[in-house]
Design a protein around this ligand. Structure first.
Ligand SMILES: [Zn+2]
Length: 110
C-alpha cells in the first residue's frame, strides 16, 4: 500500500479512523489491504483495544474520498479467502440438500 493512502487514512476525519465500538483511534499498522483497485481499497482494520474488526471500503471519485465501514468477525485471511467468490444461489442449496439426502440413504443402509 502506498504511503499516500496511509496518510489519508490517518489524517482525514471523514474516513473511518476511529473504532466504531470503543472510539479508539486506529493506527495504520492495524490495517490490512484486502483488495486494491483503480479508485479504491477494501481494507480490514483491527482494533487492538476492544478486538473489534471492521471492513472498510475507501473510494475516490469526482465527488471526493468516501469510506463505508462494516463491523465483521472475520480475520483478514478469511476475508481474502471469500472475497470475490460468487454468492450462494438456490441451485447450490438444492444440490447440497440432494447430496445430504443421498448420504442419509447410505448411512441408513449401514
Ligand atoms: Zn475498539
Amino acid at each position: 500500500m502506498s504511503d499516500e493512502l496511509f496518510n489519508l487514512f490517518n489524517n482525514n476525519p471523514n474516513l473511518v479512523s476511529f473504532c466504531p465500538v470503543c472510539n479508539q483511534k486506529f493506527h495504520s499498522l492495524q490495517a490490512t489491504v484486502i483488495s486494491e483497485k483503480k479508485n479504491g481499497y477494501l481494507m480490514h482494520v483491527y482494533c487492538r483495544k476492544c478486538q473489534a474488526s471492521l471492513l472498510t471500503l475507501i473510494s475516490a471519485d469526482n465527488s471526493g474520498i468516501n469510506s463505508v465501514g462494516l463491523i465483521t468477525d472475520l480475520a483478514p485471511n478469511e476475508v481474502k479467502k471469500f472475497y470475490g467468490n460468487l454468492p450462494i444461489c438456490d441451485d447450490d442449496i438444492l444440490s447440497i440438500h440432494q447430496l445430504l439426502a443421498q448420504k442419509k440413504v447410505l448411512i441408513d443402509k449401514l
